[in-house]
Ligand binder design. Structure first.
Ligand SMILES: O=C(CO)COP(=O)(O)O
Length: 250
């Protein structure tokens, strides 16, 4: 059985003191047996968050990494640095990074390999733009992104990847994909993983839905057979709302 995973993507929100206050609020609440809860925060918050979640079930993730261990890459953070901090997860290839910071399928793949080198579990984001959706290209776009992201991974590594299917038109818009549509695309993504690896490997991979997930709709997604959790932006910033999302994943 795949353990459901609710991951908050805080994007560029919260100072260190706000992050600490958030963990104090959710401690003992957003911790439910059988559901994994993760907070993916700005780099500046990570040392304080790793400290704050000690003794809890909550895990900490970054939102990006550079694939090299070190070097002349001004402004970048490496997997080695994240591992050293005690970070567990890293989001890779979020559509905002692909759109605003020129990330490509090629750099996404390099980052996925780097995450394994430094014992970080990658949360790999895929998803189509509105024009692609309207042109009936959703599955084709996701297939290409998945194929590229998983290129060169062993079956053991592939099984540990978390995929987040995030249709770009549903992010931060309040216009979420229907649970049935999201389930159909996610089932298709799993079929691609069967083709790339095998049934056993593909059945291990957790695939989340992301895009305007809120406490009031999270259960609809979780009731779908193929959906293993959610990657949540806006609704992960409030401690009560994050707790309700984790409860909804049970
Ligand atoms: O981008 C997202 C998570 O990575 C989704 O953001 P929202 O939940 O704010 O739509």
């Amino acid at each position: 059985m795949r353990e459901p995973i609710i991951a908050g993507n805080w994007k560029m929100f919260k100072t260190v003191s706000e992050a600490q206050a958030f963990i104090n609020e959710v401690k003992g609440r957003a911790e439910i047996d059988g559901v994994e809860s993760v907070i993916c925060a700005p780099f500046t918050n990570l040392p304080a968050l790793v400290e704050a979640v000690k003794g809890t079930k909550i895990k900490v993730g970054a939102q990006n990494l550079h694939w090299e261990e070190s070097g002349a890459f001004t402004g970048e953070i490496s997997g080695a640095m994240l591992e050293d901090l005690g970070v567990n997860y890293v989001i890779i290839g979020h559509s905002e990074r692909r759109a605003y910071f020129a990330e490509t399928d090629e750099t996404v793949n390099k980052k996925v390999h780097a995450s394994f080198k430094y014992n970080l579990t990658p949360i790999v984001c895929v998803g189509e733009k509105l024009e692609e959706r309207e042109a009936g290209q959703t599955k084709e776009v996701c297939k290409l992104q998945v194929n590229e992201a998983f290129r060169g991974l062993s079956k053991e590594q592939a099984a540990q990847v978390v995929v987040a299917y995030e249709p770009i038109w549903a992010i931060g818009t309040g216009k979420s994909s229907t649970a049935e549509d999201a389930n159909e695309v996610i089932t298709y993504i799993r079929e691609q993983l069967i083709a790339l690896f095998d049934v056993e490997t593909a059945n291990h991979v957790r695939i989340q839905y992301g895009g305007s997930v809120k406490p009031n709709n999270v259960r609809e997604y979780m009731n779908q057979l193929s959906i293993d959790g959610a990657l949540v932006g806006g609704a992960s910033l409030d401690p009560n709302s994050f707790t309700q999302l984790v409860e909804g994943a049970k």
